[in-house]
Design a protein around this ligand. Structure first.
Ligand code: L14
Length: 346
């Protein structure tokens, strides 16, 4: 019998929307754990969580928390990652970061396993998990990139409130009740918790996710543009994005126009998508079947449908791409990376 290497694992942001899913996946997938340390902000420290029938107490994360830790998964916001990841790396931990802090750092691999898992091997202590909207798009487009090449992507997103955290989910549900009761709606969190102006999300669509940049794009849009090129390893891909928040709880949807470099056959495109790991084709217009956020919620896969040739450009496709933003968009992608690291050290 071979003895399996076990790992000391820390989860930073253990009580958050993504951290909760990371813990569930580590348990369900039987990740080879020697010890598990749930960490959080001082505010959530003391919270009890259940892991495989064991009760664990969440501790406040400090630089010393990472002594003896082999793998640390971070999803407690960019500031926490910037402050604590260098400390964790000093203690020898490999850090998988779910925030925007290190994604565009040239030393840090930005990894979607279906696209570029081999980049993990180049890490210097940190591996970045891309933005949720970027992950699902590149996972679906990778097989088309490999077969035909991609020259341009135009994407519009329809993003779930859970991306902005548990408080944004509560706000959307509360506002919905207020509207239905005929009362006044008082926006509190969205579009960006730290900015002064707030907008109603219930029964609305808000064309702002994250802060505006000087070029008129939001940071979320710029993340999609920059990260797509880095993950695909091809700066020549032209990308533009419009990111919109809608009153959906789980699951981001995307309308994607993609220009390919070679001629293609739509049926071949569908079979390439269907045969891709982690991608599920749901495309049957005759029976009104296409991906829906409500069906993708709780699932690890990326769902693609509405596959059709563009009418203005025969070298372009239109697609509808849906995935659970907390799972493939965050927790599942991070756990996939952790499983790859664990498998290599067997
Ligand atoms: O960059 O508000 O990982 O939905 C992803 C979720 C940024 C905020 C990231 C949201 C975050 C975003």
């Amino acid at each position: 019998m071979s003895t399996q290497t076990l790992f000391n694992v820390a989860v930073v942001g253990a009580t958050g929307a993504v951290g909760e899913q990371i813990l569930r996946l580590l348990a369900e997938r039987n990740f080879p754990i020697a010890s598990l340390k749930p960490l959080s902000s001082p505010r959530s420290a003391g919270t009890k969580i259940d892991f495989k029938g064991q009760t664990l107490t969440v501790e406040a994360a400090t630089p010393d928390s990472f002594k003896g830790v082999d793998i640390a998964l971070f999803s407690a916001g960019g500031d926490v990652s910037k402050a604590l990841i260098p400390e964790a790396v000093k203690h020898g931990a490999v850090c998988i970061d779910n925030t925007n802090a290190y994604r565009m750092d040239p030393e840090t691999p930005l990894v979607v396993p279906e696209v570029n898992i081999d980049k993990v091997n180049e890490h210097k202590g940190i591996i970045a998990n891309p933005n949720c909207s970027t992950i699902q798009m590149v996972a679906a487009l990778k097989p088309l990139y490999d077969r035909y090449g991609i020259s341009r992507i135009i994407v519009s997103t329809y993003q779930a409130v859970s991306g902005a955290g548990a408080r944004a989910i509560e706000e959307m549900l509360r506002q919905s009740r207020e509207v239905l009761a005929g009362g006044e709606v008082k926006p509190d969190i969205l579009p960006v918790a730290s900015l002064p102006v707030k907008h109603q999300i219930a029964f609305n669509a808000i064309p702002q996710i994250d802060k505006f940049q000087d070029n008129g794009f939001t940071l979320e849009e710029m993340k999609m543009i920059r990260e797509t090129k880095k993950i695909m390893g091809d700066d020549s891909i032209e990308v533009t994005a419009t990111c919109v928040r809608i009153p959906v709880v789980y699951g981001h949807s995307e309308s994607v126009y993609v220009e390919l470099k070679k001629d293609f056959d739509v049926e071949e495109v569908k079979s390439l998508l269907n045969d891709s790991p982690g991608v599920v084709l749901v495309d049957d217009p005759a029976n009104q079947q296409y991906p829906l956020a409500t069906d993708a919620a709780g699932k690890n896969e990326v769902f693609v449908g509405r596959v059709r040739r563009d009418l203005s450009n025969p070298r372009a496709l239109n697609l509808w791409i849906v995935s659970d933003n907390l799972l493939k968009g965050a927790a599942w992608n991070a756990v996939q990376i952790a499983e790859y690291i664990a498998a290599q050290r067997k």
